[in-house]
Design a protein around this ligand. Sequence first.
Ligand SMILES: NC(=O)c1ccc[n+]([C@@H]2O[C@H](COP(=O)([O-])OP(=O)(O)OC[C@H]3O[C@@H](n4cnc5c(N)ncnc54)[C@H](OP(=O)(O)O)[C@@H]3O)[C@@H](O)[C@H]2O)c1
Length: 298
Amino acid sequence: MNSKQVVLITGSSTGFGRLFTETLARKGHTVFATMRDPGGRNAKNASEIRALAEKDSLPIHILELDVTNDASVERAVDAAVAKAGRIDVAINNAGYYLSGLEEAVTTEQAQRLMDTNFLGPVRVDRAVLPHMRRQRSGMLMHVSSGAGRLVLPSAGFYCASKFALEALAEAYSYELAAQGIESVILQPGQYETSVFGNTVTAADQGRTDTYGPAREFPAKINGALSSTAGNAQEVADAVLRIIETPAGERQLRYFVSPQNFGVDEINAVAKQVQANVLEGFGLAADTKFLKGKAAGAV
Ligand SMILES: NC(=O)c1ccc[n+]([C@@H]2O[C@H](COP(=O)([O-])OP(=O)(O)OC[C@H]3O[C@@H](n4cnc5c(N)ncnc54)[C@H](OP(=O)(O)O)[C@@H]3O)[C@@H](O)[C@H]2O)c1
């Protein structure tokens, strides 16, 4: 793989996605910064990114990509491959937070969340994999969360979407290893982005009347998350380090957080248990499962 890579990022209009775009492009990596509706709702964000790319001669290309729409995902991936000839890294970053007691979350809200946070990466991975297979190299990166390992009350659906993403990404890591394609999971803790402003609130508040003090969970959790949020550039720097780590030497999981709740310990125990499971099912050799590789810090 060339040391300068071709990277497609979802959800690049704001927050992590936008920082990843600039951080990677400044190091010479070609970035397809994708977003919903760059000519409409994200016109201002898109034109700021274009202006930055022009001013500093950065290799950034903006493409439209809505992760909830199969055709939109395929169009963007095809356009990136047509322009750059390859995709080395796909960063599944688009996502949002849904806050509220679980009973107050409507089925439609739950479906919409899963459609973005889980099925979005399903679509992107399926669209890029044929190209990575042709290249016999590539990396699927999945932006999960500490909440992909921990459960916060009033964040159950968000946690479920990230737990689901972790399962998909980990299964891919075993299945794809022999083809030279890696699947990695990034688990950020709480960081300052637009995530708090973009949070969706559970709609059926009438269901919470009997919950007593538990009704305060969403406000308490949201207040604690936003007041302890770190500088998001830390996460972008971690992504750069992961991308610049030689293929074959990357870990499955990377936890990056301003607070350590013990997620690294969960990852370490899970790594050991997974090793036992794969060995127990006679799959250790076929999955190229190497004990040192499944978890760790950047
Ligand atoms: N910030 C944190 O503390 C934190 C911690 C752990 C994990 N994360 C995860 O990090 C990722 C990025 O979040 P962020 O913190 O950077 O928040 P953010 O600033 O709100 O960014 C979220 C991005 O996702 C995009 N998006 C939402 N739905 C989309 C769709 N259907 N198609 C394409 N793009 C879509 C948004 O685009 P629009 O502008 O079009 O809405 C936006 O660009 C998310 O997966 C989030 O769960 C964040």
